[in-house]
Design a protein around this ligand. Structure first.
Ligand code: SAM
Length: 240
């Protein structure tokens, strides 16, 4: 999968491609990340990319032309069709379902705003979708783009090692929260590992994990249960 990041600070997002799962996915040829700086497409000695808002008020607004040229250059850099996403607090909220949808695409062009945001006309003309990473305001879209790239990259086939398989993660598979995890030592001042995990009885372990997932989801995110794929015995456990 190819990611093109349109940003005044593309190296910010590129950092994520240097580490961990995303870095490894890059090394395995599963994804590539390319930065496009609108300043490189701006005119004049000062290579200006922002200007004052019409109507007055604080802050600056990112101008149409440098962004449009950068987005177009990114689009033309590869023949595969690209979805252009503007990271914005006003977009649809990013969740694992959206991440799965995006992970199936061949390409994403991610537009990162700064200042008060981007001239609305550019958004209307060039952007396919706006995505928010939560109901709070960041000073720029780069962190949001990094979050999106990380979540999408780990779903590329072959990005995760078996031990990190995404299937059992929260929101994946049946839509529940993940169960708790433990590692050595068995005994510690903070507590002991639940005995069932040491039993070697795979059916019992699976049952315990399922109970834990159900219980946690019920306690922490009961809203997820409405859409979770629950069996009869899951329902019995929840009603007990
Ligand atoms: N004036 C804008 C508003 O209230 O909708 C906020 C502008 S914000 C200071 C600057 C940039 O940060 C935005 O253009 C956007 O790219 C990014 N940004 C801020 N919060 C975000 C969020 N929750 N999700 C995704 N991107 C965000």
């Amino acid at each position: 999968m190819r990611f093109d990041i349109v940003s005044l600070f593309p190296e910010f997002v590129a950092q994520i491609a240097a580490h961990g799962v995303v870095g490894r996915a890059g090394e395995r040829g599963l994804l590539s990340l390319h930065g496009w700086n609108p300043r490189d497409y701006a005119e004049g000695n000062y290579r200006r990319v922002d200007d004052r808002p019409f109507g007055g008020g604080p802050g600056m607004v990112m101008m149409i032309e440098p962004l449009r040229a950068a987005i177009r250059a990114a689009r033309e850099a590869d023949p595969a069709p690209a979805r252009v996403v503007y990271l914005s607090p006003q977009g649809g909220r990013l969740d694992q379902r959206k991440v799965r949808e995006l992970a199936a695409l061949p390409r994403l062009v991610l537009l990162c705003g700064r200042y008060e945001g981007v001239d609305e006309r550019l958004l209307q003309a060039e952007v396919d979708e706006e995505i928010s990473i939560g109901d709070y305001v960041l000073s720029g879209g780069e962190l949001a783009a990094a979050v999106l790239v990380d979540a999408v990259a780990r779903l590329q086939d072959g990005a995760l090692n078996d031990a990190e398989s995404a299937v059992q993660d929260s929101f994946e598979g049946d839509g529940l929260l993940d169960c708790p995890h433990y590692t050595r030592p068995v005994e510690h001042a903070l507590g002991a590992v639940p005995g069932v995990l040491l039993s070697g009885n795979h059916a019992e372990i699976a049952r315990w994990r399922r109970q834990q997932s159900l219980g946690r989801t019920w306690l922490r995110r009961p809203d997820l249960l409405d859409e979770a794929a629950l069996s009869k015995s899951d329902r019995a456990l929840l009603e007990a």
